[in-house]
Write a protein that binds this ligand. Structure first.
Ligand SMILES: Nc1ncnc2c1ncn2[C@@H]1O[C@H](COP(=O)(O)OP(=O)(O)O)[C@@H](O)[C@H]1O
Ligand SMILES: [Mg+2]
Length: 219
């Protein structure tokens, strides 16, 4: 059975696709057989990944696009061939998202460290709560992204987010050029000169695996 990690947030621009490619890259580097799934019907992430891989003459990473499976039951079966699948989702709530939640182990919700973005997270959390009613084993966690050093927003946003029942991961993802660059390179910040971004992805990957193995209470 693969571990299925789904990135979800109803807004665009919060870092879902960036975290999805980086996490897949991190797990692949750890020797796991990984798949990156892009359920966006526009498939912008899969197109990008393919284009850059072709330009650089390398094999594209294993990407499964929306056109690559008939139904979500079909996708669930396809993923049995992998150890870890990371699913990137489009910036709106939909029945498709509900279908993906049915076979996800954990939903990771990125929250941008800005007050407006904090307010936008509620509907995504509600959809997760709804899914948990029929499947209590579905886990979820919030990750604070694009933090800017020297602002106190992050601390107050963390405090607000901690009021929900979902854990807010200790790892925070900084606002770094390395992340913007990552799609142009190997799709990850791994190997980027900026070691800080690399460490963040390592910590995030490890924290997710720890949570999946030990549950919420033993953090
Ligand atoms: N941690 C980060 N630091 C700086 N820029 C980031 C970071 N994460 C994402 N970005 C940039 O922000 C934009 C939106 O990110 P993206 O991953 O596409 O978000 P989403 O998939 O939620 O729409 C992209 O231009 C991306 O390069
Ligand atoms: Mg995206």
């Amino acid at each position: 059975m693969p571990l299925v990690i789904t990135l979800a947030h109803q807004k665009g621009g919060v870092g879902k696709s960036t975290l999805a490619t980086n996490l897949r890259g991190y797990f692949a580097g750890g020797g796991y057989k990984t798949a990156l799934v892009d359920i966006d019907p526009q498939g912008s992430l899969s197109k990008l990944v393919r284009t850059f891989a072709e330009q650089q003459g390398r094999e594209p990473e294993h990407v499964i696009e929306r056109g690559g499976f008939q139904s979500y039951e079909d996708l669930d079966r396809m993923l049995e061939a992998y150890d870890i699948a990371v699913i990137d989702t489009p910036p709106y709530l939909s029945k498709e998202l509900e279908a993906v939640f049915r076979f996800s182990n954990i939903v990771l919700v990125p929250c941008k460290a800005s007050p407006l973005d904090f307010l936008a997270i509620g509907d995504t959390l509600d959809l997760i709560r709804q899914a948990q009613q029929s499947r209590p084993a579905l886990m979820a966690a919030i990750v604070i992204t694009m933090t800017i050093t020297g602002t106190d927003f992050t601390t107050s946003i963390r405090r607000e987010l901690e009021k929900s029942e979902f854990p807010v991961l200790k790892t925070e993802i900084g606002n770094r050029v390395a992340y913007m660059r990552s799609l142009l390179r190997s799709n990850t910040v791994l190997g980027d000169d900026n070691r800080k971004a690399w460490e963040e992805i390592e910590n995030l990957g490890n924290e997710i695996i720890y949570l999946l193995q030990n549950g919420y209470d033993n953090q």
